[in-house]
Write a protein that binds this ligand. Structure first.
Ligand SMILES: [Zn+2]
Length: 68
């Protein structure tokens, strides 16, 4: 079990992805994490790049038959 932390909970919205104003009932997307609620660490960014690279490549390959 040696996976490094790939993401950390956003310190600004605490994983909610939105910020709420105490005086209003409104919420806005958290600017810090872009509304995701989590921020990728250096390791997470590397994994994202890895996935994007291989998912995009995989898209151009023939799609395996998953219908059965
Ligand atoms: Zn946030």
């Amino acid at each position: 079990m040696g996976l490094p932390d790939l993401e950390v909970k956003c310190w600004k919205c605490w994983g909610c992805g939105v910020l709420s104003f105490e005086n209003h009932g409104e919420t806005v997307d958290c600017p810090e994490c872009g509304g995701v609620g989590w921020i990728p660490t250096e390791d997470g960014k590397r994994l994202l790049e890895f996935l994007q690279r291989h998912l995009i490549l995989g898209d151009e390959e023939e799609t395996p038959g998953l219908e059965v």
